[in-house]
Design a protein around this ligand. Structure first.
Ligand SMILES: NC(=O)c1ccc[n+]([C@@H]2O[C@H](COP(=O)([O-])OP(=O)(O)OC[C@H]3O[C@@H](n4cnc5c(N)ncnc54)[C@H](OP(=O)(O)O)[C@@H]3O)[C@@H](O)[C@H]2O)c1
Length: 334
């Protein structure tokens, strides 16, 4: 059994992943990714989705301090977020925002057209926004909200970035563009992909919330792996699970569970600023310039699950996502 196989086996199952996650936090104390002071982002444009709170907000602050030109893609709190990040930036005029609602595919289209109209070229795209809904909710596009926000809308977003030629490094900077996807270790405890009814809305309730979240992240991880294979040599595509982070991710938890969740978060979860480090590493580190397809769990390199790395499933997820988007009136091309 190789080290990668052992790592996969260790993460099969939600309980095992949680225990291993806490053990990892202890092991990783003192483990630093080599983000050098020279890993600056001056002259590079970085787009962060879900930048208005939690992990995305912490990442945006860090990128601004590193001199990046920022585009903050937010569903809510856009003006306040832009104002807050401008305070971290040496040149506040380099921080702008764009409205984005991943729960509405037309909003994704409008965001891309808006970016195209501004003539933006994005060097680093951070697909961070995500949700854990408490129950199935149908979006106006007819999909389950968890499926759409955690997976399908990210496909549309990234495919349009490429099609509309919005990705590109400044000619004065000798670095490849990067896409960094915020995934989750919960992809390991997802049910297998439901190919026969892929994308079909089905009701589910609170008991399935974590499972459905893991399912969305498995699909996202499969897509990310496929994207990195397809874009090899052109654009680096990396992904990560930030580990457990003290954010509003559990905001839809039932009210009886919230006090326990708060205590657990305070005791065991990292601050968003601490959790932002691996995201910023994948976005800015020059040490990984020649690589693509890196997956980090917090600060350690790992292999995503076997289900998430199978090339056949990767090709299939690519095609199935294209089909669903096309049926919903948002066809994506090559
Ligand atoms: N916290 C953890 O322990 C943990 C662990 C593993 C992975 N992650 C991942 O980390 C990422 C960030 O989550 P977080 O922990 O920072 O949670 P959070 O505090 O709840 O932030 C989630 C962000 O996603 C945005 N978002 C949600 N629905 C959206 C939509 N329809 N369109 C556009 N943006 C939307 C939110 O915007 P609004 O404010 O408008 O809702 C918010 O900015 C997620 O992908 C999550 O799955 C988190």
């Amino acid at each position: 059994m190789t080290e990668l196989d052992r790592s996969r086996a260790r993460y099969d199952g939600a309980l095992a992943a949680t225990i291993e996650g806490i053990a990892n936090r202890i092991r990783q104390r003192g483990v630093e990714l080599s983000l050098a002071n020279g890993d600056r982002l001056d002259g590079r444009t970085c787009l962060v989705t879900g930048a208005n709170r939690g992990l995305g907000l912490a990442v945006a602050h860090d990128l601004a301090k590193r001199g990046g030109t920022l585009v903050l893609a937010c569903r809510s709190g856009l003006d306040e977020t832009v104002a807050a990040i401008q305070k971290s930036a040496k040149r506040p005029e380099l921080v702008t925002g764009v409205k984005l609602d991943l729960g509405d595919l037309e909003s994704v289209e409008e965001t891309m057209v808006d970016l195209q109209g501004r003539g933006v070229k994005i060097d680093v795209t951070i697909l961070n926004a995500g949700i854990v809904p408490r129950e199935a909710r149908r979006t106006r596009d007819g999909f389950d909200e968890s499926f759409q926000v955690n997976f399908l809308a990210n496909v549309l977003f990234s495919r349009r970035l490429l099609e509309l030629d919005l990705v590109g490094s400044s000619p004065t900077i000798d670095l490849k563009p990067r896409i960094v996807v915020v995934s989750s270790e919960s992809h390991r405890s997802s049910p297998t992909v439901d190919w026969p009814s892929f994308g079909t809305f089905r009701p589910w309730g609170m008991r399935q919330a974590v499972e459905q979240y893991g399912y969305g992240k498995l699909l996202l991880q499969l897509y990310t792996q496929e994207l990195s294979r397809r874009l090899e040599n052109l654009i680096a595509v990396h992904s990560l699970c930030p580990g457990a982070v003290r954010t509003d991710i559990g905001r839809e938890a039932p009210s009886w569970a919230k006090p326990l969740l708060d205590v657990t978060m305070r005791a065991f979860f990292q601050s968003p600023e601490h959790a932002a480090v691996p995201v910023v590493y994948l976005a800015a580190s020059r040490a990984i310039e020649s690589e693509t397809g890196i997956y980090l769990h917090a600060r350690q390199r790992k292999a995503p699950s076997e289900a998430a790395t199978d090339p056949g499933s990767g090709r299939r997820i690519w095609d199935e996502a294209e089909r669903l988007l096309s049926d919903a009136g948002h066809a994506v091309g090559e």
